[in-house]
Design a protein around this ligand. Structure first.
Ligand code: BG6
Ligand code: MG
Length: 210
């Protein structure tokens, strides 16, 4: 077996936080009189908080200073943290727990590779804080996806060579990042360009493709 570790993206792969991100950005956008739709929200998958803000501001009628942008991002995050504070185990996506169990039982390391700075809060809320061998997230990177840094750091924490890692992603930016890291990629949901593609982790035993 070539693959020794599986690095999972968090939002949209392990847990469904799409609606929380949408509601929080929508609240800020409405307050600022900026049009914000579900389609725009789709473009924020895998993209860092500040890069997401720049996408949201494409529809703004005025320009914002750097200081104002930081305040907008902080406001969005405050609304978002309020919403993810209500997440429970029910937010874990179908097939996740079965796959984690199978991988661990077969000696495959599992890690998180997420752009989110809220990763620790989310994992705690859904009861998976102790389920991973390594957690690489928005708090320990300087370059967000599509840069490979978050996955490189996860593999380094696990001490597994990059070519022996599989990345599971729901965002095009994440698939590009996984490939740039020299890893095999499994795309779920609407992500394109992966070595493998499944609608959801409910449709696959990851172990079977390693
Ligand atoms: C990614 C999400 O996982 O995290 C993005 O797909 C989000 O939509 C990014 O912008 C950053 O999240 P946070 O929690 O640090 O604002
Ligand atoms: Mg994602």
């Amino acid at each position: 077996m070539k693959i020794k570790a599986v690095i999972f993206d968090l939002d949209g792969v392990i847990v469904t936080t799409d609606d929380c991100h949408y509601q929080a950005w929508k609240r800020v956008a409405d307050e600022e009189g900026i049009t914000f739709t579900r389609e725009v929200n789709e473009r924020l998958r895998g993209v860092s908080r500040m890069a997401s803000l720049e996408i949201v501001l494409e529809k703004a009628k005025k320009s914002y200073s750097d200081k104002e942008k930081i305040q907008l991002a902080e406001r969005k995050n405050a609304y978002y943290v309020e919403l993810i504070g209500k997440l429970t185990k029910d937010a874990i996506l179908p097939g996740v727990e079965r796959n984690l169990k199978q991988l661990k039982e077969n000696g495959i390391k599992v890690a998180i590779g997420s752009s989110s700075k809220n990763t620790p809060i989310i994992l705690k809320q859904i009861g998976l804080a102790d389920s991973f061998d390594a957690i690489s997230d928005g708090n320990n990177i300087t370059k967000s996806k599509p840069e490979p840094e978050v996955f490189i750091k996860a593999a380094d924490m696990l001490e597994i060579p990059y070519e022996e890692c599989l990345v599971v992603e729901d965002a095009d930016a994440g698939i590009i990042a996984g490939k740039a890291a020299g890893m095999t990629t499994l795309a779920v949901n609407k992500a394109k360009g992966g070595n493998y593609h499944y609608a959801s982790l409910d449709d696959i035993d990851i172990l079977s493709i390693l």
